[in-house]
Design a protein around this ligand. Sequence first.
Ligand code: Z5A
Length: 219
Amino acid sequence: MPPTAPPPRYADRGVFVCFEGGEGAGKSTQSGRLRRWLEAEGHDVVLTFEPGDTSVGQEVRRIVLSPETGALADRTEALLYAADKAEHVETLVDPALARGAVVVTDRYVDSTLAYQGAGRTLDVAEVEAVARWATTGLRPHLTVVLDLEPEAGLGRFEGRDRIEGESLEFHQRVRQAFLAMAHADPEHYLVLDARADVDDIEAAVRAGVVPLLGQAVRR
Ligand code: Z5A
């Protein structure tokens, strides 16, 4: 039996913003732009990502994404992503929030619910229990879902890693899972059309983040 999911936890210092969406949706582009703008506004900003932004996470990333890994049992994959998240939250995200920083992460728990849950068709409730346990229930104040048809997103790249090489049906399930999570909790989600102009998306992201900045510390 998987661990019991802890209750949702929202940091009472700092601001936690997450970008989610399929491959090529523009998460790196927009998270980088948000960081530059927040820094220019004088905020302490930590831009991070999953999987792989800790030393343990780098090892996990190599295993889960390298085509050389070959087949992995679905549960093994889910547990590896959960391990990356546990290390990420305890050693990087929580300490930054505690000092009042704005933490911007490129992917977080929703990615495992979408890819290992909906995509691989593991039991989503079980995947969620493991991922919430790993992250001690920490949730973003705002998750920006950059929504894009998988054909369009995958077409923005040439190389394929283990997950990008999955079927179109897999990526369709992933997309629908992100949209369903956003639909279920509109207070904490912003869904944006990732086909829009990059500058327009940036402006919409800022508009979503500005109301949260009251609990962020300025340098
Ligand atoms: N994964 C998982 O299964 N479970 C988990 O728990 C977690 C992750 C955390 C990580 O891949 C993989 O791990 C991912 C899910 C899985 N799946 N795969 N494969 P990654 O870290 O290597 O990459 P990614 O997260 O999927 O991001 P990405 O594919 O690199 O794309 P992106 O960051 O969303 O997009 P981008 O790099 O900003 O932009 C892509 C291109 O589009 C680039 O040329 C841009 O200039 C262009 N672009 C950006 N915005 C636009 C707009 N608005 N119009 C036109 N062109 C644009």
